[in-house]
Design a protein around this ligand. Structure first.
Ligand SMILES: Cc1cn([C@H]2C[C@H](O)[C@@H](COP(=O)(O)OP(=O)(O)O[C@H]3O[C@H](CO)[C@@H](O)[C@H](O)[C@H]3O)O2)c(=O)[nH]c1=O
Length: 328
């Protein structure tokens, strides 16, 4: 049945933060999207369904509820649709949880990616876009540039992403698949991940609960707004050969304490902070060099952290009481 969807895009992890926005922007551009998600319960499924319900109401969107770890299901998916591009944004993505349960990171991020690459080569899909992470740059000098060696990951999560990157390289070399790997830098935004700092801090400050901070709060991130990331991910679907491209804020990194201050101002409430030991899988600072994204994709982030936090807080408020009930 490789006909009607010859120009459709596959987006894995479509109920996730980044993939759901990527699917949205593709649909806005008139590209039919086949979205795949296994709706696992790593974090509150209600939030995934919230994102998915919105997508399912859109023309041109087809949902397929499978797991990329399920090879027969992936094969069936590719025999029923012809994709012009496969965006592999499905992942186990929590840095700290990967120490507790490392196996699922390798089964999803590596074996799942392998299943996709095999299907891609057998069905002649031209383009593969893989989501990767700034967590790979642990121990490297900043700002992080794509040419740095990334052989010292601090978490099983980062190690699994390195494995999925090099696997994509192998498939590019062996089978000529055109690959773009986008390394994201701490992505936040409306309906963001409840295992991450921005969602949790908004929630805790709004409810007057103490914020749980690992370390002294001086660690810093090059936070990037989800719409910028989704746009850059789609920009990266052009033919490039094999390229790794940072998508990050590209500005001076912002400390957690500064982030907390921004959220306090938006909510007009004061945070109560409880400190815990710094987590050993965490990086102290991330900061992207984004020259390559500008050069190859003409991409630059457009949403400042202040604006992005304002939009995220607005989403939180507009979606109460639902947003207050999401498990964090
Ligand atoms: C959730 C949480 C986090 N933190 C700290 C831990 C980190 O030092 C810092 C930022 O944490 P997060 O917002 O979870 O983001 P980070 O660990 O950088 O990881 C994110 O960014 C990575 C890089 O893009 C992604 O690959 C990961 O999937 C994503 O989870 O905040 C706290 O102090 N308290 C918290 O409750």
């Amino acid at each position: 049945m490789e006909d009607e969807s010859a120009s459709s895009a596959l987006v894995t992890g479509c109920a996730g933060l980044i993939a759901s926005r990527t699917a949205d922007l593709l649909l806005d551009a008139g590209v039919p999207v086949v979205g795949v998600d296994n709706l696992n319960d790593y974090y509150d499924v209600a939030l995934k369904l919230h994102r998915l319900d919105r997508l399912r109401s859109r023309k041109g969107f087809t949902f397929v509820g499978i797991d990329i770890e399920d090879k027969p299901a992936v094969d069936k998916l590719f025999s029923e649709h012809a994709f012009s591009v496969a965006y592999n944004l499905a992942a186990r993505a929590g840095v700290r949880y990967s120490i507790e349960n490392p196996h699922v990171y390798f089964s999803t991020n590596v074996v799942g990616s392998l299943n996709l690459l095999e299907a891609i080569r057998r069905h002649g899909t031209k383009k593969y876009v893989l989501a990767s992470t700034s967590s790979l740059y642990a121990g490297q000098p900043m700002p992080f540039i794509e040419t740095l060696p990334v052989n010292t990951p601090l978490s099983p999560y980062a190690a699994s992403k390195k494995a999925s990157e090099v696997l994509a390289y192998t498939y590019h070399q062996l089978f000529g698949i055109d690959v773009s790997i986008v390394r994201y830098f701490t992505v936040y935004g409306p309906a963001g991940r409840p295992d991450m700092s921005v969602f949790r801090f908004i929630r805790w400050i709004d409810q007057g609960d103490p914020i749980q901070v690992y370390g002294d709060g001086s660690q810093a991130r090059d936070f990037t707004y989800v719409d910028d990331i989704a746009r850059g991910t789609i920009d990266a679907s052009r033919p490039l050969g094999y390229e790794i491209i940072n998508l990050g804020g590209g500005n001076n990194p912002v400390t957690l304490l500064e982030l907390i201050g921004k959220i306090e101002r938006q909510l007009d409430k004061e945070a109560v902070i409880q400190h815990h030991p710094f987590h050993r899988a965490d990086m102290k600072v991330t900061w992207a060099n984004i020259d390559k994204a500008a050069r190859l994709l003409e991409w630059r982030p457009e949403v400042s952290l202040d604006d992005g936090i304002a939009r995220t807080v607005r989403w939180y408020r507009d979606n109460l009481p639902f947003a207050a009930k999401i498990k964090v």
